[in-house]
Design a protein around this ligand. Structure first.
Ligand code: SF4
Ligand code: SF4
Length: 369
């Protein structure tokens, strides 16, 4: 649970905002806040995960520091959000990875080293650095079963930890309207998430990395998000080609899995690089304590996964393919291992917060009629 100090501070600032209400057009946080008279722990955690850290309310606020009210909503909600990630993950001992970037880096490096060790064990230096061509070329470096079994086990683990966290988040966050889950509410929340609706800062874009609004953050976030979905579609399609159609990789450059993977990979590289540069030049005043480290760790890992994937594609007909494939699989393993204990979890809680927001809005409209 977020610490009492940060909860008290969030409650104080939200109470000021609830009286002021100047920022209600910027995002979903303020309309959700206005449905509440008081802010319990669950309400605050919910509102924190609804916040997209666009910072529009900070730059618009007449009560921001140095005013004595010292309202800094993006900062305090970022602090709550980070602590809520630690609260909802499992096992609790591993929640330290959120706060310790060196520890997270060591775990990620361990995953890369484990995959490299496995490749050396299974293929040996001879096959690892040889040219492999034709159907099944990748599996002559690392056999299919050695990729599939650990990959599936890691994916199941991630889904289980995320699922347990999601169930706790849903149970413990406040619902001001006691709103039932409706199919329309679910569809609208999914659309809000897919369209990255609240990364538009209420219309003119987010005032990020500095005070001037721009759509840069929304575009860069979109490149990472849609690039990831495209890469996911590529992997799924490759599984269909292989397991249903009996066609082993590597596939031609013009095939759907390669086109989707290539487009997704390039988008993720551009998006993560742009977000890293933007974060480096961003205003630290509205930033939460310790948030930047987790953001950088996530961006670097996902960017490296995309970069090594693209290099594997580019070098697949050369002697370097085996080593590149091994590094790529190691980085992907690191992404999986750290997924429940890093910034990746924001996707789960933000989606649930968007769903609660939509359901509350529907219930509020029904009540007004
Ligand atoms: S952030 Fe400032 S201006 Fe915006 S609603 Fe809160 S107190 Fe008012
Ligand atoms: S930082 Fe942006 S998303 Fe977060 S509460 Fe302020 S306006 Fe809303």
């Amino acid at each position: 649970m977020p610490g009492p100090d940060v909860l008290r501070e969030a409650e104080r600032q939200l109470t000021v905002c609830n009286a002021c209400r100047y920022c209600e057009g910027y995002c979903a946080v303020f309309p959700a806040m206005e449905l509440r008279r008081a802010f319990g722990t669950g309400d605050i955690v919910y509102l924190a995960n609804l916040c997209h850290d666009c910072r529009a309310c900070y730059y618009a606020c007449m009560y921001a520091p140095p005013h004595e009210f010292a309202v800094n909503i993006p900062q305090v909600l970022s602090d709550v959000r980070r602590q809520s990630y630690e609260q909802y993950t499992w096992p609790a001992a591993l929640s330290r990875l959120f706060a310790s970037i060196p520890l997270a880096a060591a775990v990620a490096a361990g995953a890369v080293a484990a995959v490299a060790g496995l490749a050396l064990l299974l293929a040996g230096p001879g096959r690892l650095f040889a040219v492999h061509e034709g159907p099944g070329a990748f599996y002559r470096v690392i056999p299919y079963a050695a990729m599939l079994v650990p990959g599936l086990a890691a994916a199941c683990y991630v889904v289980a930890v995320w699922g347990a966290g999601a169930a706790r988040f849903w149970r413990e966050t406040g619902d001001a309207m006691r709103a039932p889950v409706t199919p329309w509410g679910v569809l609208r929340a999914l659309w809000d998430a897919l369209a990255l609706r609240y990364l538009r800062g209420g219309g003119p874009g987010c005032p990020y990395p500095r005070e001037r609004p721009s759509h840069a953050r929304g575009v860069l976030h979109g490149l990472v998000f849609y690039g990831f979905l495209s890469a996911l579609a590529s992997t799924t399609l490759a599984a269909v080609y292989q397991d249903l159609l009996g066609r082993l990789p590597p596939y031609p450059l013009t095939s759907a899995p390669v086109v989707l993977g290539g487009v997704g990979g390039l988008a993720m590289i551009a998006g993560t690089a742009g977000l890293i540069v933007a974060k480096g030049g961003s205003d630290r005043a509205p930033a939460g304590a310790g948030a930047a480290g987790a953001d950088y760790a996530f961006l670097v890992t996902i960017g490296l996964a995309a970069l090594t994937g693209m290099l594997t594609l580019a070098l697949r007909a050369t002697q370097a393919m085996g080593a590149m494939l091994t590094i790529h699989l190691g980085v992907v393993a690191a992404l999986f291992v750290t997924a429940p204990y890093g910034k990746f979890v924001h996707a789960v809680y933000r989606l649930l917060a968007l769903l609660r927001s939509r359901l509350e809005q529907e219930a509020s409209l029904r009540e007004d009629r």
